[in-house]
Design a protein around this ligand. Sequence first.
Ligand SMILES: C[S@@+](CC[C@H](N)C(=O)[O-])C[C@H]1O[C@@H](n2cnc3c(N)ncnc32)[C@H](O)[C@@H]1O
Length: 192
Amino acid sequence: MDLSPAELRLARERVRGATLVEGDSTAPLPFDDRSFDWVVSHLVVMLLGALDDTFSEAARVLKRGGKLAFVFDDLGRADGATYVELMRAGLAAAGREQPAHFRGAADARLYDAAALETFLEDVGFRTIAHHRFAVGMHVDADDLWAFMHASYPIGELDGHELDAAKRAVLARAAEVQELHIPLQLVIAERFA
Ligand SMILES: C[S@@+](CC[C@H](N)C(=O)[O-])C[C@H]1O[C@@H](n2cnc3c(N)ncnc32)[C@H](O)[C@@H]1O
């Protein structure tokens, strides 16, 4: 599921045979109670603000003993700052809104392991794994643009917006030699 038809088009090209649904993860899910073994979310939850409804819905559609796995980035926080600075510059030049985690509006419980565990328990999950890791890559300006160009939310732009974002990113990209993207993976089991 994704909110964006453009991102779903990309997914359709890359994942043959999957059922893809346009929808909002902060709204009730269009799926029956206890109908899934796994709910997996990759690089979305830090974009959503308060996660109470989203995780309650994940619990509702999972079978008892089903698993929730989610990956999110820490880019809105200090150690991802260089990449975020470039993304912010590109989006601003394109006249686009900044995503929630770039505005400091992500759910703060994501960044406090104890608070996250308590929150997950309140909505019916037992945390069974929580890992912090990072991807790092050395880049030159063209490689950097190629990476950002394919990444949400810059990847959604086209035409003049994309040109404006590219100019703004490349104007600032010279000082970036390495991208460091801190990530977290959480796996939790539905117990109720
Ligand atoms: C960083 S991309 C990750 C895309 C994909 N999950 C992946 O890993 O390649 C973030 C995605 O979150 C989607 N998104 C943002 N807000 C959303 C919402 N409220 N409901 C569903 N999807 C949303 C965006 O459209 C975008 O495709």
